[in-house]
Design a protein around this ligand. Structure first.
Ligand SMILES: *Cc1c(COP(=O)(O)O)cnc(C)c1O
Length: 213
């Protein structure tokens, strides 16, 4: 991350790391936490619900995977940040659950910039009603955008997708008078490409924990 920041002429403090611990147990989390990392990511609410109570207590947990409506209540109790808000309904539901729990939560809108049918995320043309609803959400605070580009063997091929997310962010900030400072993009094999395109959060699993089964 530091090398990528240096190459891109960015301050290393402007990019933060989510250690994606999915499929790995609390012992692996504790080992990575002992190395100084304190933000962890999970993609399944149920798995996180089992792991978090067994992990060191001072850690922050981010949900990076798709959230089903019926898990929103539990997600609001487990996570500090949700990267994967992909519908108006889900934004409103998370906002309502946060209000009920008496807390605020940082959330990002997941955007399917490539249009791959197998991917979660809002199509850019579906985003306006969600962007308009942000002002009336007082507990779920939308701070930015997230994307998962199509996998390609050459990480450089992800660059246009990351750039598109940044351009959408710039456009939506102006058009909807919003502050969307965060861009959650980049994983183990393309984090340097994402940092060159403006990532503020990278979500790294296998490069930290090893290959998943
Ligand atoms: C698994 C996962 C990651 C991490 O992927 P790696 O390739 O292991 O770094 C990042 N983001 C999301 C949404 C994931 O599900």
């Amino acid at each position: 991350m530091e090398a990528a920041c240096e190459k891109a002429g960015r301050d290393p403090a402007s990019v933060r790391l989510v250690a994606v611990s999915k499929t790995f147990g609390p012992d692996a989390v504790a080992a990575v936490a002992a190395a100084g990392i304190d933000v962890f990511g999970e993609n399944r609410v149920q798995e996180a619900a089992q792991k978090i109570p067994l992990a060191p207590g001072r850690l922050h947990w981010h949900l990076v995977g798709h959230l089903q409506s019926n898990k929103a209540k539990l997600a609001v109790r487990l996570f500090d940040t949700i990267h994967s808000i992909d519908s108006l309904k889900l934004l409103k539901l998370v906002d309502a659950q946060c209000a009920e729990a008496g807390r605020r939560m940082t959330v990002f809108l997941e955007v399917n910039v490539s249009g791959e049918p197998s991917k979660f995320g809002l199509a850019p043309e579906q985003a306006p009603p969600v962007l308009e609803a942000i002002a009336s959400c007082h507990h779920a605070e939308v701070q930015g955008l997230m994307t998962v580009p199509p996998f390609t063997p050459d990480p450089a091929d992800a660059a246009p997708h990351f750039r598109r997310l940044r351009e959408l962010r710039d456009h939506w900030q102006d058009a909807f008078q919003l502050a969307l400072p965060e861009l959650s993009m980049g994983m183990s094999h393309d984090l340097d490409v994402a940092i060159a395109e403006g990532a503020t959060w990278v979500r790294v699993g296998s490069a930290l924990f090893g290959e998943r089964e």
